[in-house]
Design a binder for this molecule. Sequence first.
Ligand code: FAD
Length: 483
Amino acid sequence: MQNQVAVIGAGPGGYVAAIRLAQLGQEVTLIERNFLGGVCLNWGCIPSKAMIHAATLYQQIQHADRMGIMIDNVRLEMPQLISWKNSVIEKLREGINHLLKNNGINLIQAEATFIDNYTLELTSEDNEKKLLKPQKILIAAGSRPLSLSNLKPDGKNILSSRHVLELTEIPESVALIGGGVIGIELGQMLAAFGAKVTIIEMSNDILPGIDPELTRTLKKNLRHLGVQILTEFQVVKAENNIQADGIQLTIQKINTDDVQIIEASKALIAIGRRPNTRQLGLSNTDIVMDEKGFIKVNTRCQTNLEHIYAIGDITGGPFLAHRATQQGLTAARIISGYVDDFENQQLPSVIYTTPEIATVGLTENNAKKLGYNVRLGKFPLAALGKAQAVGHTEGFVKLIVDDVSDIILGAHVIGQGAGELIGELTLAMELGATATDVALTIHAHPTFSESLMEAAEAVHQKAIHIYQPQKPSVPDPMLKVTI
Ligand code: FAD
């Protein structure tokens, strides 16, 4: 059976869904008003990681003398960094274009607007309009940054994440409003490039939802870079500081009279995302949205209208490219007549800071709230040969394990390569593995992955490279055979 499917948006949700739909024999039209790859490729994951990588390298080069590598006159040429970053984007965009062509997908460069539950109006850049009435529609239109009414990003003194990724000069100082993932990643990057960064966060800590033990370790590093962190503060007034060609913010500690003035060359607004629904014409349809305007879907990625599906950021958080992609693959299978379901539980999340943070599954607090009796397995990277050898000893692995079944409920890693390490633990959890399974898996030496095995051993007080005074908590599951 072949459906005519229209996919709106070619981000990591939409273009991946389009390819899988074509692989499964559907006739696919992909509609994109801007660039292939969406936010992720053009103004998100890839450009930010390219620039964060450069910032990390810049820091490492400056501190290479402790390994006897002496480098004089290290300097940063921002225009060259931006053009290198753009070349990476260009290459990947071309790759997507080839894949779409090879898979026989009909790509239309236009903006799609619903004019009723079944019809899309496509408006091209030169304002040509045409109508499309596909059998099924998959909305993957993504999200954009939220702004504050008194602080609208203008690319001059008030920046959004997008502007930061185009900076040709590092500002002297930055007032960063919002201590979530995007803000912290970009804030640390700017600090590593030499900006004086002040973080203003409304909640009582940065990176809400992350295990506080991990956040504590990261905060040490941020302070080391001279980053000031002000929590439970909100911006009450923002003015241009004309004399200093910068910005002046008045901030107030929540529920107090504590008012402070922050002066900075630029303000960076990173307070969250809102759905790209404005031009979609959803008011011409019966599609149901939540109170923030995100499209409501069931676990089959289906809206309340049977023939319309939605995936990725436009369905709300967590705002992660790999979530959009997985939802896209699920929706493609369901549209093609297979039974499938999108399960959020084993969704890893990586924060590209120094040290890197990666998590999957439950935090210790959440596991306890859900009524689990938990065992913890912790292993510090400082006790690892590889970490010492490469000079990245900061951080640890923390496993949350169910006391009864020994099944891993959550894994939290902070340190070098955490984002790569979390893959093994995600697979372990996906397969319902126990801590003992991970402990019994041979890990190559010397590698950072040994820290996962040691943390799994530590769950039962059997880690080798840290001293655990208590006796092992359970008999060794490998049966002792008496001959
Ligand atoms: P998008 O990528 O937003 O794509 C939607 C596409 O739809 C866009 O191309 C848009 O032009 C198009 N569109 C919208 N409306 C219409 C219309 N009416 N007609 C036609 N086309 C339309 N996530 C991670 O997992 N890892 C990271 O490291 C990471 N880093 C990030 C860093 C930054 C600075 C930012 C801003 C985001 C980051 N994200 C990261 C989040 C990630 O980019 C998003 O979760 C992801 O892009 C969402 O994919 P999507 O397909 O839902 O939407």
